[in-house]
Design a protein around this ligand. Structure first.
Ligand code: ACM
Ligand code: ZN
Length: 595
């Protein structure tokens, strides 16, 4: 057992014990158990930290106990990680009044709590990456999935293949759509006038990995195979089937030099990243060039392969072997499920809905749930017609919060599937996780793909506060999840994010207006706002009635609704037609590109 002491820094020294409150504390993610006392512990109080490995039976490897009385603060855990999480909780219950008297027992639901950043489509430097890592650590994330290579640029120094960064990390135009519309998506050298891009040196990577480790976050590098590798072939065209750049983004699975490349590049990557899990991509290979490639065709014949998918499986198996030889574990997007030879330590990232995760779990593999239709942060978070261009469909924070990470009954799987497909899906038509396989869901992840996030401000706007919803799904026990409690906490957390310099989405979405066929319901995602509405076709204003509770729908009505704080309209307007006897839920198109 080890003891440590430090002093809590309060915003101001005077403890205001009067006006004590027993109002609930606002902690995200919600701890396992919270008992609030009355009053506050005063400024300058020392925190006693006790590291006690025998607590691992009760608290696991990441849990903690936190006891705050008016006179003392004690944190106990079996590991340094647990004490770190106790500190994060403590910082959330510390205010100018002191530290709320509270007794907390806490431990995470999932061992894998991930956030992802694509630094290829747009490049974000070390400072911004570290800023996001630091913020994510406040919400007890423990895995940073660092998407380092893709068709937007190669972002990591590799000494053995210097042309990866010399020729593949800058492009001739920053704007994503503009660059794609050029026909050839040209890369260039850093000194080309107008060049856009960048990459992380090995020292940068070491610094980021250490920075994350200080916050108990493991960094999982992703190096994409076989697809999304266009920048590789600018410098090393011999590694794709055509032998020329700009014709395909896919490696030739039949070329032995590709496996030399993989072994060497992954070798250098593994030197930098201590992570047991290494992600090899494996998503979205179109395989067109494999069809015409004599080497690919010859390999298929030799191995008795019957489809191009077999070629991809061949490559995935080789990559898995390379990682295993180095004591690492392969992770890949859900296409790797086509491989029948996956070993149980493999991590499968379910991004095309929940099915990949369900199948992975049922096969005894580690499933990471990151269904794009629900947990991707590049989708619109508010009415698309008012937002800057984003990817595909619509994932407001409530939709994210509604995701069920372990769909181990038909009903839970159907609830997720309804969100995925944007229509009501019945429990009789879905796959689900067998109860005995439920523990194979290692966790969940939120992904920030950055095609339409060209700068720091927009990256943060798309990530926050949605990442907090993902944090809560990843950490909190299912019985403690409550959209109502979570949303009530959000404004204070948004203030905190702003104070730390984040550009945060401010919950300005138009209210949700739904009807079960007989009753109309409305809700603003902003808990500080009231919903005002009209039924006569006029625009709602500060004099329109406030929605108080569900009310009957008569015949066919047009509801126009918006959120107001006092007289100020703080949301866009929802305008829907509802009909008696017809269920109208808040589903949105899966693909939406405003003109
Ligand atoms: C992916 O969204 N292509 C993983
Ligand atoms: Zn080939």
């Amino acid at each position: 057992m080890t003891f440590k002491r430090y002093t809590v820094l309060l915003l101001f020294a005077a403890a205001l014990l009067e006006g004590c409150t027993s109002a609930p504390v606002k902690i995200i993610p919600e701890p396992l158990s919270v008992k609030t006392g009355r009053g506050y512990c005063t400024a300058g109080t020392e925190v006693e930290e006790i590291l006690s490995p025998e607590l691992s039976g009760r608290l696991g490897e990441e849990g903690y106990l936190l006891d705050v009385s008016r006179k003392a603060i004690t944190a106990k855990a079996a590991t340094e990680a647990g004490l770190f999480y106790a500190r994060q909780t403590l910082s959330q219950i510390t205010s100018e009044k002191g530290v709320r008297c509270v007794r907390i027992e806490d431990r995470p639901r999932f061992p894998y709590r991930g956030f992802h950043m694509d630094v290829s489509r747009h490049f974000f430097g070390k400072e911004e990456v570290e800023k996001v890592i630091d913020e994510a650590s406040r919400y007890k994330f423990n895995q940073f999935h660092f998407h380092l290579t893709d068709n937007g640029g190669w972002r990591i120094q590799i000494d053995s293949y210097p042309l990866l960064t010399e020729m593949g990390s800058y492009r001739v135009m920053k704007d994503w759509d503009g660059w794609w519309k050029m026909g050839k998506r040209l890369f260039c050298s850093a000194d080309t006038p107008g060049a856009y891009g960048g990459y992380f040196t090995k020292d940068d990577i070491r610094e980021i990995v250490a920075y994350a480790a200080d916050r108990h976050i493991n960094v999982i590098p992703e190096i994409e195979f076989p697809a999304h590798s266009d920048p590789v072939f600018v410098g090393y065209p011999e590694l794709c089937c055509d032998g020329k750049p700009y014709l395909s983004g896919e490696f030739c699975p039949a070329n032995p030099a590709v496996y030399d490349f993989a072994r060497t590049v992954l070798g250098e990557v593994m030197e930098l990243f201590p992570s047991r899990i290494i992600h090899i991509g494996a998503d979205e290979a179109r395989k067109h060039s494999w069809k015409k490639c004599p080497a690919c065709q010859a390999l298929m014949k030799k191995e008795g392969m019957t489809s191009l998918d077999d070629l991809q499986c061949f490559m995935v198996s080789r990559l898995s072997e390379i990682l295993k030889e180095n004591g690492r574990t392969m992770a890949g997007w859900d296409e790797i499920l086509k491989n029948e030879d996956l070993t149980p330590d493999t991590y499968v990232y379910s991004y095309r809905g929940e099915k990949g995760g369900i199948r992975a779990a049922n096969r005894g593999l580690n499933a990471i749930m990151t269904p794009g239709e629900i947990l991707y942060m590049d989708w619109y978070q508010a009415s698309p017609e008012y937002e800057k261009k984003a990817m595909y469909g619509y994932s407001p924070i409530k939709k994210m919060y509604s995701f069920i990470p372990v769909p181990d009954t038909p009903e839970k799987a159907a609830s997720n599937e309804s969100l995925v497909e944007a229509r009501k899906v019945g429990a009789d038509s879905v796959e689900f996780i067998l109860p005995e396989c439920a523990a194979n869901v290692a966790g969940i992840e939120g992904c920030a793909w950055t095609e339409y996030m060209p700068n720091r401000e927009h990256l943060e706007y798309m990530m926050f506060p949605r990442l907090l919803a993902i944090a809560e799904l990843a950490w909190s026990a299912p019985q403690n999840l409550s959209w109502e409690r979570f949303r009530t906490s959000l404004p204070a957390f948004i203030d905190g994010l702003r104070a730390r310099g984040f550009n945060v989405y401010d919950l300005h979405n138009a209210p949700e207006v739904t009807c079960d066929g007989s009753l109309i319901r409305m809700e603003s995602e902003n808990p500080l706002a009231a919903v005002r509405y009209t039924l006569d076709g006029s625009a709602p204003d500060a004099a329109s009635p406030i929605y108080e509770k569900p009310f009957p729908v008569k015949g066919r009505v047009t509801v126009r609704a918006a959120s107001f704080i006092g007289p100020e309209k703080v949301s866009h307007e929802r305008n829907v037609v509802l009909e008696e006897g017809t269920e109208t839920l808040d589903y949105y198109p899966l693909t939406y590109y405003p003109s």
